[in-house]
Design a protein around this ligand. Structure first.
Ligand SMILES: Cc1ncc(COP(=O)(O)O)c(C=O)c1O
Length: 398
């Protein structure tokens, strides 16, 4: 069989499904088959598909002005930045176009922060199993050899530690005078939905304050309402100094943001950083409307409540199932670790009318839109529970 997209570079293992349109938490393919969307474009379609308030706002903005360049003031940037500062308690924001760009900018902030205080070979503490993107600097910060292989030499200036091990960070604090920042996901997404403990985050906050380091929390996947609060770190009642965002911020329009607090807000100045597309009026309007609709429709509470319903339905459905190792995550960011690789479930779930993801080889990952209803949560479980039972019965543990 010929490759269906011979002119597109072959960088993804894709399913042979082409989606044509969506409505709410449902999508249809070009053959007319319908799927319940448990993935939301990997945590991007915050408001689902074709949201009746978002669509006209974006259409209005497309007709008015899509792009103006950063040579001029962009009032919608100020509007979105002000809202992000209000909901995070931070001070200012820089806009870019993706998660890796937000993280790349965070790494630049950390390095410049170090140089400004006389540390000329600044180092950033990063984590095992982390994922921060696929640019050369962000893949170097990523803790997955598969992402790095073939792209060496990696960028230097990163020290790696295990998650939730405060002693490892304290050791760096005692022995490494070049450390300027700690950089981590509050819930590791690609790494398998691995949660940082609240006390761990609080411990990091304390060390960063004592040492004048930047606490940089990558909320690209776990932020913006997914866990039931605006940002996942808010469950630990702490604030970061630097917070990269992207994915769900504009509900499908490409966007990224670096939101910073007082300690980091004056690190970059004119000429230090920039991007042509970043902060364009289209992406900004989509972001402003997305945050407004999240508030208007109570989607933080919805994420927490419906996430609970979904998790309970899965736990009840798989009660006593030995192949299930652990349930992880919070709100509508759910990971279920199996005792064996389970990548085949992606295609099997699609066959059964459900979009899911499998990450870290053996973790089923659900990241549905924040508008998911309880009924839809039960429907996800009704499809997934028997599918996984059959898979476990028909295969062997690793
Ligand atoms: C936590 C985290 N950071 C960064 C990225 C990279 O974002 P992007 O694919 O938009 O570059 C991702 C993408 O999955 C992510 O999950």
């Amino acid at each position: 069989m010929n490759a269906p997209m011979p002119h597109v570079m072959n960088t993804y293992g894709r399913l042979p499904i082409a989606l044509s349109h969506g409505k709410g938490c449902w999508v249809w393919d070009t053959q007319g088959r319908r799927y319940l969307d448990g993935l939301a474009g990997i945590a991007v379609n915050t408001l689902g598909h074709g949201h009746p308030k978002l669509v006209p706002a974006i259409q209005d903005q497309v007709a008015k002005l899509m792009h103006s360049s950063n040579y001029y003031e962009v009032p919608l940037q100020e509007q979105l930045a002000a809202k992000l500062c209000e909901i995070s308690g931070l001070s200012s924001a820089f806009f870019c176009n993706s998660g890796l760009e937000a993280n790349e900018g965070a790494i630049k902030i950390a390095r410049k922060f170090g140089h400004d205080k006389g540390i000329h070979r600044p180092e950033i503490i990063v984590y095992e199993k982390a994922f921060h993107g696929r640019s050369i600097a962000t893949l170097s910060a990523t803790g997955n050899p598969k992402v790095q292989k073939g792209f060496e030499p990696l960028v230097e200036g990163f020290v790696r530690v295990p998650l939730n091990d405060l002693a490892a960070v304290e050791h760096e604090a005692r022995t490494n005078p070049n450390v300027v920042a700690v950089f981590l996901e509050v819930i590791q997404g690609e790494g398998g939905i691995n949660q940082t403990r609240a006390e761990y985050l609080q411990g990091l906050r304390k060390i960063c304050d004592e040492r004048d380091w930047l606490l940089m929390l990558d909320e690209v996947q776990c932020g913006l309402g997914r866990t039931g609060k605006w940002f996942a770190h808010q469950w630990a009642s702490i604030k970061p100094d630097v917070m990269p965002l992207a994915k769900g911020l504009s509900s499908g329009v490409p966007v990224g943001a670096i939101v910073v607090g007082e300690r980091a807000k004056n690190v970059l100045g004119p000429g230090n950083h920039g991007t042509t597309f970043g902060g364009n009026p289209l992406a900004m309007r989509a972001g402003v409307e997305t945050l407004r609709i999240i508030e208007e429709e109570g989607l933080l509470a919805n994420s927490a409540r419906v996430g609970g319903v979904l998790r309970k339905a899965l736990e009840d459905g798989w009660a006593g199932e030995k192949g299930i190792v652990e349930y992880r995550g919070q709100g509508l960011m759910i990971g279920i670790e199996l005792d064996r690789p389970c990548g085949v479930l992606l295609g099997q779930a699609a066959e059964a009318g459900l979009m899911i993801s499998v990450t870290a080889d053996r973790v089923i990952r659900l990241l549905p839109a924040l508008i998911l209803s309880e009924e839809e949560a039960r429907q996800i479980a009704a499809i997934l529970v028997p599918l996984v039972k059959r898979f476990l019965a028909d295969s062997q543990p690793a």
